[in-house]
Design a protein around this ligand. Structure first.
Ligand SMILES: NC(=O)c1ccc[n+]([C@@H]2O[C@H](COP(=O)([O-])OP(=O)(O)OC[C@H]3O[C@@H](n4cnc5c(N)ncnc54)[C@H](O)[C@@H]3O)[C@@H](O)[C@H]2O)c1
Length: 383
């Protein structure tokens, strides 16, 4: 079986996402399964070159996983002739520099979202890559979640009739870091370091809404910093300068109203950490990370408002589970496989740096809406 090796310079693999989702569960998992098998019997084989700022930490990761090539020098990794792809999962504020260097070196780029801290920078990255003729990809992992894939399947099968509204609830309590360590990095809570839940999550909501229901045409958001002081990884108190909750309303094509709460200051009383409740004329669905439940028009019970009596109805029992009907792999890995196929086989691909810029645009306009206290139109982006 012919092996088509693709050198991948991976920056940011000492971080949470870079290490767990991209190195372990994607690139190393693809190698573990024997590569990405394509139709003519060839196997696409990613060959990682790890990049990190701290020599001890990057060497330790390389040794732990038997990876021979690592460096603290981005330029050196980009100069390797077999490296075709640069991957970036650094903190958001460091992304632009790394991606621009990769484009200048003629490498294809795959990176985490947000692609940049401002729409101007995000569009500049997309345009620079297009001019250079390199292929680009941005992580849009939520589309690959089993629950959302089932939701998309329902949409594609016409289950909902006319979709009326989408209600999303995302969030959980992120510890302040004083009496229990925070479960997210402290830069997430500092605006000056690229933090904030709007910049983080509106990028996700943008592609989830667009790809499943339709493009977002306006945004209205109210943001809050509910926890103004937190304690960082070193036990030092710091001022939380970024928003830790956002309450957003989005108008989509076709008059669909989406309302999504995103919060790191809420306690979970849901079945999953994110859930979307979709109402359509023909049926409704509630989709989370893994599960998706539906209630069709034909079996919708007649609810009657009566505050005088305790209700005997178990409302949740009136929904049906949507079957898997397929095996769901890790979403990050699935997207990596598609990107590698796009690079090697030139297969169609839609989640490029322009798609990434749309996410940054929604975040930026969401923050503007919150600052100015008004609804903001979302123009269609082009290169
Ligand atoms: N797709 C998703 O669901 C998802 C989820 C969380 C985070 N992210 C994105 O992934 C990126 C990394 O997030 P994370 O949670 O892994 O962060 P992290 O703090 O765990 O990792 C950050 C990485 O960037 C490196 N880095 C480079 N320059 C740095 C600097 N000046 N300060 C600090 N670290 C620096 C670190 O060494 C580390 O490897 C962010 O852009 C974030 O928005 C995406």
């Amino acid at each position: 079986m012919a092996r088509r090796t693709v050198g991948v310079a991976m920056n940011g693999v000492t971080g949470r996402m870079g290490y767990n989702q991209h190195l372990l569960r994607s690139v190393l998992a693809i190698r573990q399964q024997g590569g990405v098998a394509v139709a003519d019997g060839t196997v696409i084989w990613p060959e990682p070159v790890l990049i990190g700022r701290n020599e001890d930490r990057i060497r330790a990761i390389a040794e732990r996983h038997g990876i021979e090539r690592w460096t603290t020098d981005v330029g050196k990794a980009l100069a390797e002739p077999d490296v075709e792809v640069y991957f970036d999962a650094q903190v958001t504020s460091a992304r632009r520099e790394g991606v621009l260097a990769a484009i200048a070196a003629g490498k294809h780029v795959y990176c985490e979202k947000p692609t940049a801290e401002s729409l101007e920078d995000a569009l500049d990255l997309a345009r620079t890559a297009a001019t250079a003729g390199v292929k680009t990809g941005v992580v849009q992992d939520k589309l690959f979640l089993p629950g959302l894939r089932k939701l998309k399947r329902l949409m594609d099968g016409g289950f909902f009739g006319r979709v009326l509204s989408v209600r999303g609830e995302f969030g959980y309590w992120v510890f302040e870091g004083d009496w229990q360590p925070a479960q997210r990095p402290s830069w997430n809570y500092r605006a000056e370091d690229g933090g904030g839940i709007v910049l983080d999550m509106f990028c996700h909501w943008q592609y989830v809404l667009r790809d499943i229901f339709g493009p977002v045409r306006s945004v209205q958001a109210l943001t809050a910093t509910h926890i103004p002081e937190r304690v960082d990884e070193h036990g030092n108190a710091y001022a939380a300068t970024a928003d830790d909750a956002a309450y957003g309303i989005f108008e989509l094509d076709g008059g669909i109203v989406a309302q999504i709460n995103s919060s790191w200051a809420t306690r979970v009383n849901r079945d999953e950490l994110v859930e979307f409740h979709v109402d359509g004329t023909e049926g409704s669905a509630v989709a989370g990370l893994r599960h998706c439940r539906v209630q069709h028009r034909s079996i919708t019970p007649k609810a009657v408002w009566n505050p005088d009596l305790p209700s005997p109805v178990d409302f949740r029992a009136q929904w049906q589970e949507v079957p898997d009907n397929t095996e769901f792999d890790n979403g990050f890995k699935e997207q990596w496989e598609l990107f590698l196929r796009h690079v090697v086989l030139d297969e169609p691909w839609q989640w490029d740096l322009l798609a990434g810029a749309r996410g940054v645009q929604l975040a930026e306009l969401g923050l503007r809406s919150a600052a100015e206290g008004r609804r903001v139109e979302v123009p269609e982006l082009t290169l």
